[in-house]
Design a protein around this ligand. Structure first.
Ligand code: HEC
Ligand code: HEC
Ligand code: HEC
Ligand code: HEC
Ligand code: HEC
Ligand code: HEC
Ligand code: HEC
Ligand code: HEC
Length: 330
């Protein structure tokens, strides 16, 4: 039997739903037939009467034990919602929820969903992107969460008070957090009255949005003699997450993985120098003498944005020879 990688978010507090007007068990997130880009939650609404006493969640064939949801404390706090933290497999996943009372199965709900690991790839055919912030879904939450915060509330930097933080605080649980996200200015970029959808990003095209606060950097990139392909195209989010990741400058993946995702041709062939026995120059796994505390990576030699040479050597270095001197002194 497959090990089930699900953990209950509210340890010790288990849910039951008695308050609702009846109706079916519902997998609110991720909804059946949708595609998501994060493995963050399973949110179930158990709106049936008689009261549900226990639930079993099955993810890709692995089952939890019966989760006892009959405590009055839980009901007071969470009403008829159950939130779990899943670990979805990349690609297709199937979720099944069974609801029990008096030892009998009363209801069952199923969802087939797609977990798209590459956040920039479109959802595959047969799946639509999941949208939480629709009037119907928001109405389910409004009795406990502030779903219509005003301008002043949206500027509160304290995570215990900010209206977006009540649900999204885990989004920032990473080592490197982007300035405005870290102070919960979510609404600076996400427009409550977004043209296409609620909380859509305010501007099309990254460089326009990023440039509102990083104008000086962008001016510097664009005025260099050689500008890196994606930067020249005004793309920032192909490399940077706007919120938080575990990599410096909130890049989407460890630097070498990030670069090699587009420059596969560099992989496995000697790069920079060929030693006597044909080995490559190291590209990782050794300290970078020019950047104390950091290991060598692609950006030890290449500026990710632009430069004065065809290969965007770091520090505006113009020649291959000049580059060697950055780390090798004789
Ligand atoms: C009956 C009250 C209630 C309702 C209704 C409710 N919630 Fe919550 N929810 C809570 C409480 C209480 C917390 C814990 C808040 C905290 O930790 O500050 C919470 C926390 C959360 C979290 C954060 C979990 C974490 O720790 O990361 C998410 C996500 C969430 N709710 C989503 C929803 C969504 C989506 C809806 C509507 C579909 C909803 N909730 C409806 C009471 C409710
Ligand atoms: C009741 C809980 C809740 C609150 C409050 C909340 N969100 Fe969400 N939001 C979710 C969930 C659940 C999702 C889907 C899962 C995910 O992306 O974490 C989501 C998704 C989103 C998305 C992706 C698009 C979509 O509709 O799915 C954006 C953007 C977003 N939220 C922004 C915000 C902002 C900005 C605020 C504060 C003004 C906010 N949210 C408040 C629960 C909430
Ligand atoms: C600097 C601008 C910026 C800020 C600040 C910001 N976001 Fe975003 N957010 C984006 C961009 C850009 C995307 C990608 C949008 C897309 O692909 O449509 C995004 C996507 C999202 C998504 C959906 C995809 C995902 O990664 O989960 C959620 C949820 C989200 N933001 C929540 C938040 C929350 C909560 C905050 C506040 C802590 C916040 N954002 C602050 C720019 C920002
Ligand atoms: C509302 C203003 C604002 C917007 C919009 C904004 N940023 Fe930032 N950004 C900041 C602040 C503030 C910091 C923290 C500055 C610091 O620590 O020096 C920061 C830091 C960064 C850093 C890390 C800098 C470092 O030295 O590690 C990166 C990378 C970054 N932003 C990229 C982006 C990208 C990409 C976008 C567009 C998707 C964007 N920013 C949009 C305000 C903004
Ligand atoms: C090809 C990937 C890539 C693209 C595209 C990209 N960046 Fe970066 N950026 C990086 C990497 C990698 C770093 C970290 C470099 C390091 O620490 O070694 C970085 C660092 C930064 C920093 C921190 C300070 C600095 O200059 O090193 C800022 C600010 C920044 N980027 C903004 C942007 C903006 C704005 C855009 C869009 C115009 C953008 N980046 C596009 C990969 C990229
Ligand atoms: C999203 C895809 C993408 C990512 C990620 C990316 N690059 Fe590029 N890179 C390009 C494109 C497109 C070009 C322009 C290709 C051309 O003009 O032939 C380019 C060109 C280059 C060149 C010049 C190559 C030449 O032959 O002139 C270097 C060097 C380079 N990238 C290094 C990097 C480094 C280092 C990283 C990681 C920080 C990186 N790239 C990440 C897409 C990417
Ligand atoms: C020690 C310095 C150094 C490191 C580290 C380094 N490069 Fe280079 N790279 C160079 C030099 C120098 C050139 C110019 C071509 C030459 O002289 O071989 C170059 C050329 C390139 C080119 C264009 C020519 C080609 O081979 O396609 C790309 C793309 C590139 N590097 C990507 C990367 C990536 C991706 C990484 C990380 C995995 C990386 N480089 C790490 C020094 C380095
Ligand atoms: C960002 C720093 C950096 C740059 C720039 C750089 N190297 Fe290196 N190089 C290293 C590191 C680190 C090692 C591994 C040293 C060790 O293992 O002790 C290394 C090792 C070497 C070696 C293997 C022999 C030795 O000393 O261990 C050769 C040959 C070499 N580099 C040549 C070059 C050439 C040629 C250039 C310019 C095109 C260059 N390097 C640019 C950091 C750099």
């Amino acid at each position: 039997m497959k090990r089930l990688l699900l953990s209950l978010l509210f340890a010790g507090m288990l849910l039951v739903g008695l308050v609702s007007s009846g109706g079916a068990l519902e997998i609110v997130y991720p909804a059946d037939g949708t595609s998501i880009t994060r493995s963050n939650f399973v949110i179930v609404k158990a709106g049936t009467s008689p009261a549900i006493e226990g639930m079993i969640i099955e993810l890709n064939g692995g089952r939890t034990d019966m989760i006892d949801v009959s405590s009055p404390e839980y009901k007071a706090a969470f009403g008829d919602f159950l939130i779990l933290q899943p670990e979805f497999d990349p690609g297709e996943n199937s979720i099944r929820v069974e609801a029990y009372a008096g030892g009998k199965k009363l209801a069952e709900a199923k969802a087939r969903i797609w977990y798209q690991v590459d956040p920039l790839a479109p959802p595959p055919e047969g799946y639509r992107p999941f949208r939480m912030h629709t009037p119907q879904r928001e109405a389910l939450c409004a009795s406990c969460h502030n779903m219509n915060p005003d301008k002043v509330e949206l500027q509160v930097a304290d995570a215990t008070q900010n209206p977006c933080a009540s649900c999204h605080k885990r989004r920032l649980n990473h080592k490197y957090v982007h300035g405005p996200a870290g102070v919960w200015r979510c609404a600076y970029c996400h427009d409550a009255n977004g043209r296409s959808t609620r909380y859509a990003v305010r501007k099309d095209g990254d460089a326009g949005l990023c440039g509102e606060c990083h104008a000086e950097q962008i001016r510097q990139f664009q005025s260099s003699p050689y500008v890196h392909g994606p930067v020249a195209a005004g793309l920032c989010s192909v490399c940077h997450d706007s919120h938080a990741t575990d990599n410096p400058a909130q890049v989407l993946a460890p630097i070498n993985d990030l670069c090699l995702a587009c420059h596969d041709s560099v992989r496995g062939v000697p790069h920079v120098a060929r030693g006597i026995s044909g080995e490559s120059h190291p590209l990782s796994g050794v300290p970078d003498p020019s950047r104390p505390g950091r290991d060598l990576s692609c950006t030890g030699c290449h500026d990710p944005h632009s430069g004065n040479s065809k290969y965007y050597f770091q520090n505006g270095i113009r020649s291959r020879f000049g580059l060697c001197g950055k780390c090798h002194r004789k």
